[in-house]
Design a binder for this molecule. Structure first.
Ligand code: AMP
Length: 513
């Protein structure tokens, strides 16, 4: 078995590794480090959790231990798709360079340019950045990339999902042709293959077995759920989620709850909080300081439920959790493996529970095909009450705090009869909206390259707008038509002139029968 001491790493780096408690290199480290140290390009096909960060940071800092950086001309560059991943790489860098005198700068959106400019001006050995913010600095003339000796592209498949590939190509073009490239991706989509063929030179290809199987220590279950009515799906699904959490009792010490869409991340977190659960959201549109605070709280055990989107959670080194709840079936089957891999770590038991609506069944089939097993079907913890219109919220039944009767509460407490005077609420609109494409599900963290995007969560706004537009045509639209009427303070139908067709005046109950 390879030992770290066999890898030709700088002795000060070896000391830091020992202090970090690592005994043996992981397969990606054993494969990538020697090749990178000889100056070769590396193509690492590996996922988070395989130790891939150290596989590029360790040889990089060993090479950088000699020489010094010049002002505005970093000697190496690490590109990451999200701010959290960039921050995590920076943390790794600090751990492994503790006995070396190397400098770094972290260029991510949501942080002032001034501080970042100061660091760049002094000269940095390693620049860790998200593509948008990096290009922004470059366009402002503050950064010159012609002295970059090593360039790392981390999580290239996520870069692709997030639409960053053109930025990556541009950045490649700004760095010298002679640079060494260390390129990591969990999958090799054709577009990724194209990039590697274009920008990597005879790379050493190291592939760590793709994790298509789920750990045996994770108990899995799925609840097949159909809402009583389309427009009640969100409300009822959130009620089911609470019941599933409650059913786990004290065994559920902490959990990550995954949603496919950012707007659902917000809605679910808000709803759980209203019902007295210790929950907070994390996704790309949230303010950086808020995201950091939430993650720190979760890591420290101060926060019990982290409601997350895939991109925000991907690659985050959070401690093992007792439970993972998939509020939605992921639209990419591999994400299921990533998501539930957060629990049942290091031989400990974990539990992964998923809710599957009829709309998710196709994705669910993909998940079962990938993991090559039948995920046990769970009984509905609410029995048929889950979809009963008169059922009180599970939180009441479980003796949880009863939420205050405000707008968000209304979302989760559907009334038996929906009258036209019922007020609208945003989460309701989200519930009835169609599944968006992957790209829209998770827009990149708002890098400051587009200032408007950084100051206001534009992608989120766009989603809301779409939801609203869709509401007049799509599923559940009838509900919102009545809401619109109420927003205008009366029963007048907007947009139909003076004539109101008779069917519009019928109540919902009458129309349904
Ligand atoms: P990564 O895949 O880079 O996100 O790493 C996942 C986790 O593995 C991190 O918490 C690292 O600190 C840890 N790690 C990396 N390399 C090793 C190693 N050789 N032995 C033990 N743990 C490691």
């Amino acid at each position: 078995m390879t030992k770290f001491s066999d890898l030709n790493l700088n002795p000060k780096v070896l000391k830091a590794i020992e202090e970090a408690g690592y005994e043996t290199p992981t397969p990606i480290q054993a494969g990538a480090i020697p090749a990178a140290l000889t100056g070769r390009d590396v193509l690492g096909i590996a996922q988070t959790g395989t130790g891939k960060t150290a596989s590029f940071v360790l040889p990089m800092i060993t090479a950088l231990a000699r020489g010094r950086a010049r002002a505005r001309m970093p000697r190496s560059l690490v590109l990451c798709p999200t701010r959290e991943l960039a921050a995590q790489v920076a943390e790794n860098f600090d751990t492994y360079t503790k006995h070396l005198k190397l400098t770094k700068a972290l260029l991510i959106g949501g942080v002032s340019f001034k501080e970042q400019d100061k660091l760049i001006d002094k000269g940095v050995d390693v620049l860790i950045a998200t593509p948008g913010r990096l290009l922004d600095h470059h366009e402002r003339g503050k950064l010159i990339l012609t002295d970059v000796k090593v360039m790392v592209v981390d999580e290239a498949d996520r870069m692709l999902d997030m639409g960053f590939i053109p930025d990556i190509e541009r950045i490649f073009g700004l760095t010298p042709f002679t640079r060494q490239t260390l390129f990591f991706s969990a999958t090799m989509a054709p577009e990724i293959e194209r990039i590697t063929n274009t920008f990597l030179s005879n790379p050493e290809r190291i592939e760590v077995a793709r994790q298509a199987t789920t750990s045996e220590t994770i108990e899995q279950g799925v609840l097949m759920f159909k809402a009583s009515r389309k427009d009640r799906e969100g409300t009822e699904k959130r009620r089911i989620l609470r019941a599933l959490i409650d059913a786990e009792g004290d065994n559920c010490s902490n959990a990550i709850i995954f949603c496919n869409r950012k707007m659902d991340v917000d809605t679910v977190a808000k709803s759980l909080k209203k019902y007295g659960y210790d929950a907070a959201p994390i996704h790309g549109d949230l303010d950086q300081s808020q995201r950091t605070k939430t993650l720190d709280g979760f890591r420290a055990g101060d926060l019990r439920f982290l409601v997350a989107s895939d991109v925000a959670a991907r690659g985050l080194d959070v401690p093992a959790v007792s439970h993972v709840f998939n509020y939605d079936v992921p639209s990419h089957a591999e994400d299921y493996v990533h998501r539930i891999g957060r629990t049942g770590r290091a031989g400990r038991d974990g539990k992964a529970i998923m809710i599957c609506t009829p709309r998710d069944e196709k994705n669910f089939e993909d998940v079962e095909r990938l993991v090559q097993k039948t995920i046990p079907r769970l009984d509905n913890p609410l029995g048929d009450k889950a979809t009963s219109r008169s059922e009180k919220p599970a939180a009441d039944a479980a003796g949880q705090d009863t939420p205050k009767p405000d707008a968000a509460t209304k979302t989760d407490k559907p009334k038996r009869t929906r009258s036209r005077s019922r007020k609208s609420d945003a989460p309701k609109e989200a519930d009835a909206e169609k599944q968006p494409s992957k790209a829209r599900e998770e827009t990149p963290a708002p890098d400051a390259r587009e200032p408007a995007q950084a100051s206001a969560p534009a992608p989120q706004k766009a989603e809301n707008t779409t939801a609203r537009t869709g509401s007049s045509r799509g599923r559940g639209g009838s509900n919102r038509r009545s809401d619109n009427r109420d927003d205008r303070g009366g029963n007048k139908v907007v947009g139909l002139g003076d004539h109101t067709p008779a069917f519009i005046e019928l109540s919902f109950e009458e129309r349904e029968t």
